[in-house]
Design a protein around this ligand. Structure first.
Ligand SMILES: [Zn+2]
Ligand SMILES: [Zn+2]
Length: 192
């Protein structure tokens, strides 16, 4: 785990780089990380405040929201974190709250980067992943990948008048499938 012992950080700062294996970040792994999350950052301490700046990289396997094809997605995450101890000792021995709103609290003199990285990856994942910008999706009728080949299916008629006609035909037709016959009977009962 990438844990930084704050007391080991010299005044001039400390470079940290390392890799988090998927198992270390996600138990059970709902995210298809390909390989570890890589972090390169600089840790700078000023008093109890610890700043971690750098970047992280990861590659995930996502399913395209249009064509459902899986594709690799590279995450490049700028890292800019501030850690403050949960309790700050001030001169005189009094303890106060480590009050810094954007800061992540740390305890026991150790800054743990894993949870922050995990959150960053989650936030960076696209809500509607696309395998490529011009993905054509799949044809709802024949299921062909429209980004790769064209199909001859016509889009469904969206005209509501046509939909009504279709219904009338179904009710009057003699060779109705069982579920439509049931619908017809229910309709007659309703009118009498
Ligand atoms: Zn796609
Ligand atoms: Zn089609």
């Amino acid at each position: 785990m990438l844990t930084v012992d704050v007391r080991q950080v010299p005044n001039c700062g400390l470079d940290v780089s390392g890799e988090y294996e998927r198992e270390a970040l996600w138990e059970g792994g709902s995210i298809a990380l390909r390989g570890p999350v890589r972090l390169d950052a600089r840790v700078v301490r000023s008093g109890p405040r610890v700043a971690v700046t750098g970047h992280a990289q990861a590659e995930v396997l996502l399913a395209c929201s249009l064509c459902l094809e899986q594709f690799r997605y590279a995450l490049e995450l700028p890292v800019s974190l501030v850690f403050m101890p949960s309790v700050v000792r001030v001169a005189g021995g009094k303890e106060t709250e480590g009050g810094d709103h954007d800061a992540v609290t740390y305890e026991g003199g150790e800054v743990m980067l894993g949870e922050e990285l995990r959150q960053m990856v989650l936030v960076a994942l696209p809500m509607k992943p696309l395998c490529r910008e011009d993905c054509g999706g799949i044809c709802p009728k024949c299921g062909r990948d429209l980004g790769r080949e064209e199909c001859s299916c016509r889009p469904e008629p969206a005209d509501p008048r046509l939909a009504v006609l279709g219904k009338l035909k179904a009710v009057r037709g003699k060779d109705l499938p069982p579920e439509n016959q049931g619908a017809e009977r229910r309709g007659e009962d309703g009118t009498t």
